[in-house]
Design a protein around this ligand. Structure first.
Ligand code: ARG
Length: 459
């Protein structure tokens, strides 16, 4: 036998290199709290089922609580020789209370143990994540509320398309985050299933009570197939995939913040607290935080691809490949938590250059649809109106002027149906205000949406 907790059938220790390669303690120490929590419940169930003696369970549970205190005090030290968090904690418990610690692992395997830890861990993180998404949504709605009448160019193909309200723009991101929220909420359902009691892969002959352990840990559901219980990582894949979509949303937003804070757009200014300077160019104020969130979306996509690739060829049930499920998940948790917080602060503190936004809509042709609609409302078929306005725009470009600069006499040559009221129709603010079809950028519609969003956020 060797010194390993599983050393019975071995005559030689693994080489130092193999030990280091196989160990996960350098990252799975993040599961320590969940591992202790899981063991406390498992041992309770073992005692309740008379699988171990009540006195033994007390000893083990006191020991585990002692380890929890040490962990919080930063006084628990882990080593690579003990491979992973599960064996490290069992070793620490053995050092503390002696061989009775070995009863803790009755009717359990590290396979269901690690699966349990991952479920508990993700369940905890999801509960912390949802309020962070809501915080950002709240900021977006507040800013939208303050900017219903802030007019800016709306884009398609990054070309001025039609004027919109900046508030309406912000609410688009609110809605994306609403779907993100719902996806993570659903993710909770699959994180909230207990695998413990599946043992190594096939269940156990001990008279365990899986429902009892699940209840002690507050799980909503339990796995009903032991092979699935120890090898399922869908709940992590869902988390990574939801996170990838979330980061894609934040990244698009950031791309716009970067563009808009450039001299070319000059629509916004990020606050000093969320910007950085250049070591050589004294005038620079760089949108580093927005760029970083945009960049960090890449690592989250990578974490998703990484785990999908790990999973795709795995035969049932547990394989050591599954140890690779952890770092990507930890990395994604860290990345999305930080990104959401930074994004929130950035949006909260940025300055909107309303005049520049408005100016851009007065000095462009984004009111061309307005003129076409104006003619269509007077009875000209829209397709024909489109043609007339297209030709008018071309003439204006040649004469270096905009639609609003055309005189009424000139307008009436284009069509006798055009009246003085055309100038009201061409006014960008008016164009935005009146687009009050459901979900449009019209002011009344935005107010309605803000009300709806606020009600949803207070749910
Ligand atoms: N550290 C391992 C992991 O993260 C724990 C499970 C080990 N089980 C095993 N049969 N080797 O996957």
């Amino acid at each position: 036998a060797t010194t390993k907790l599983w050393g019975g059938r071995f005559t030689a220790e693994p080489s130092e290199y193999v030990q280091k390669f196989g160990a996960s303690i350098e990252f799975d120490h993040l599961l320590a709290e969940e591992d202790i929590q899981g063991s406390l419940a498992h041992v309770q169930m073992l005692a309740d089922q008379n699988i171990i003696a009540k006195g033994e369970a007390d000893q083990i549970q006191d020991g585990l609580k002692e380890l929890q205190k040490k962990l919080e005090a930063g006084a628990l030290h882990f080593s690579i020789e003990n491979e992973d968090i599960h064996l490290n904690l069992e070793k620490a418990l053995t050092d503390l209370i002696g061989p009775v610690a070995g009863k803790m692992h009755t009717a359990r395997s590290r396979n269901d143990q690690v699966a349990l830890d991952m479920h508990l861990y993700l369940r905890n993180r999801l509960a912390e994540l949802l309020p962070l998404i809501k915080d950002l949504q709240k900021t977006l709605v507040e800013k939208a509320d303050a900017n219903v009448t802030t007019i800016m160019p709306g884009y398609t193909h990054l070309q001025h398309a039609q004027p919109i309200s900046y508030g309406h723009y912000l609410l688009a991101y609110y809605n994306m985050l609403h779907r993100d929220y719902e996806r993570f909420e659903f993710n909770q359902k699959h994180a909230d299933i207990s695998p413990i009691g599946a043992a190594a892969l096939a269940g156990t002959t001990f008279p365990i009570d899986r429902q009892k352990t699940a209840d002690l840990l507050g799980f909503k559901d339990i796995y009903h197939n032991s092979l699935d219980a120890v090898s399922d990582r869908d709940f992590i894949l869902e988390f990574l995939s939801n996170s990838a979509i979330l980061m894609m949303h934040l990244s698009r937003f950031c791309e716009e913040l970067v563009l808009w804070s450039s001299q070319e757009f000059n629509y916004i200014e990020l606050s000093d607290t969320y910007s950085t300077g250049s070591s050589i160019m004294p005038q620079k104020k760089n949108p580093d935080m927005a760029e970083l969130i945009r960049g960090k979306s890449g690592r989250v996509f990578g974490d998703l691809m990484g785990l999908l690739t790990v999973m795709k060829g795995l035969p049932l049930a547990y394989n050591k490949d599954l140890q690779e499920d952890k770092e990507g998940m930890f990395d994604t948790v860290n990345t999305i938590f930080m990104s959401l917080k930074v994004m929130n602060g950035m949006v909260e503190t940025l300055t909107v250059k309303k005049d520049n936004m408005k100016h851009a809509t007065v000095h462009d042709f984004s009111n061309a649809t307005e003129l076409a609609d104006y003619l269509a409302k007077k009875g000209i078929p829209f397709r024909q109106a489109h043609e007339i306005v297209g030709e008018t725009v071309l003439k204006c470009i040649q004469q270096h002027k905009f639609l609003k600069d055309i005189t009424l006499a000139e307008f009436q040559q284009i069509s006798p149906l055009i009246d003085e009221d055309v100038y009201t129709a061409l006014d960008p603010e008016n164009a935005v205000k009146l687009r009050d079809s459901l979900g449009g950028t019209g002011f009344d519609e935005i107010h309605k949406e803000i009300k709806r969003a606020k009600a949803a956020l207070n749910d």
